[in-house]
Design a protein around this ligand. Structure first.
Ligand SMILES: Nc1ncnc2c1ncn2[C@@H]1O[C@H](COP(=O)(O)OP(=O)(O)OP(=O)(O)O)[C@@H](O)[C@H]1O
Ligand SMILES: [Mg+2]
Length: 372
């Protein structure tokens, strides 16, 4: 069952300096019991995407397309309906959760509040539920009357996950839930999230900069760049056999533990991602792409199939794997499987030289209109 789906989702902030198209034409979906990881450089629109799902963005923000939770478009919900959906259908573990707890309120009160509001139960019953929630995330119920400063960072993170579980949601959006945690606690928190997905059949969207976290936790991955999903598919394929040059660069920037060659020669990516209101024309990645062709500065890219459930928005993929058939909206959807042989995306032969023609001259805002 599809819990969550976006269709052609675009989010544009309205600012004094003009529109900021932070998310552009994004199609994603998550089924019950499925985990989707979203990765991408800082500023590519990950938190904006999450914020739009429960309409938590500034009022002036323009949201286009559809955001479907169990088939209902969030953008059509009235305020009361929206309140009912928040926490009860979909909950969020916010980025920077470590500082999201109220320092002068006991844990029990912070966890009981959503339970009392949504389930309309007495304070006594809510405390029982708080105890259950704490045990569920591996914290003794006896600690419920402590204040946040009496807990370690990892425990606070678990409290945030407990809060997200408080109203038995079907879908959890976790925005960098393990950033700033040490690796052992990180592993515990991830195991906890994975376990909850498996036990309770939840859907999970996990946003992280850490590709090893994503690889360990998520069935499917979506890589974002400049507000768009540029590659999506099974996690092992997206990072093990990346088809988009940006995903390849992202994977290459991650050192492999125990591999001295990667430790001493990390392959990064020059330059910065573009600001959303100053996007390059054509493929937004072309000024930084070592494999760019001249046409990349003008070609409107879309997600092209790169395997049975793998897609990437690069003309190299279009030319190699498809006859320019755009990918279906939902990455989870079945599509005919083109033979997807050896997975080296850079070996397209003579047709795909890194010809160095692209020196990033196009700095106009050509894609902004198309996004809305
Ligand atoms: N309230 C806002 N008003 C205007 N622009 C905003 C607002 N919030 C975010 N942005 C811009 O939208 C773009 C996407 O921001 P967002 O926070 O979604 O990125 P992100 O991928 O979550 O980054 P990070 O990995 O650093 O958390 C950025 O260019 C950011 O400056
Ligand atoms: Mg963010």
């Amino acid at each position: 069952m599809t819990l969550f789906e976006t269709k052609n989702l675009s989010v544009t902030y309205r600012t004094a300096r003009g529109p900021v198209p932070a998310v552009r034409s994004v199609d994603l979906s998550v089924d019950a019991g499925q985990t989707l990881g979203i990765a991408g450089e800082s500023g590519c629109g990950k938190s904006t995407l999450v914020g739009s799902v429960l309409r938590l963005l500034p009022k002036s923000t323009e949201i286009g397309g559809e955001i479907l939770l169990d088939g209902r478009n969030v953008l059509d919900l009235r305020p009361g309906e929206l309140r009912a959906v928040r926490w009860a259908h979909t909950s969020i573990v916010f980025q920077g959760a470590m500082s999201s707890l109220n320092p002068v309120m006991k844990i029990s009160r912070q966890l009981a509040e959503p339970v009392m509001l949504h389930e309309k139960v007495s304070e006594r019953k809510a405390r029982v539920r708080v105890g259950e929630l704490l045990e569920q995330v591996g914290i003794p119920a006896s600690r419920m009357d402590q204040f946040p400063h009496q807990l370690s960072g990892g425990q606070k993170q678990r409290i945030m996950i407990a809060m997200a579980l408080a109203c038995r949601p079907k879908l959890i959006l976790a925005d960098e839930p393990t950033t700033a945690l040490d690796v052992m606690v990180q592993a515990q928190v991830l195991m906890l999230l994975k376990g909850l997905v498996a036990e309770m059949g939840l859907g999970l969207i996990l946003i992280t900069h850490d590709l090893s976290v994503l690889a360990r936790t998520c069935d499917r991955a979506a890589v974002m760049y400049a507000g768009r999903v540029i590659e999506t598919g099974p996690t092992a394929e997206v990072f093990g056999a990346s088809r988009h040059p940006y995903t390849q660069a992202l994977s290459g920037a991650f050192p492999a533990i125990g591999d001295p060659s990667s430790r001493y020669a990390p392959s990064g990516l020059g330059g910065d991602p573009p600001h959303p209101n100053d996007l390059p024309t054509g493929c937004a990645f072309h000024p930084r792409c070592a494999q760019a062709r001249t046409e990349c500065a003008t070609t409107e890219v879309t997600l092209w199939p790169a395997g049975p459930s793998h897609a990437a928005s690069c003309v190299l993929v279009r030319d190699r794997d498809t006859a320019a058939v755009p990918a279906p909206r939902s990455p989870a959807a079945e599509r005919p499987a083109p033979a997807d042989g050896a997975e080296d995306p850079a070996d397209d032969g003579a047709g795909t030289p890194a010809d160095g023609d692209t020196d990033g001259d196009g700095a106009t805002d050509g894609e902004t209109e198309a996004a809305r």
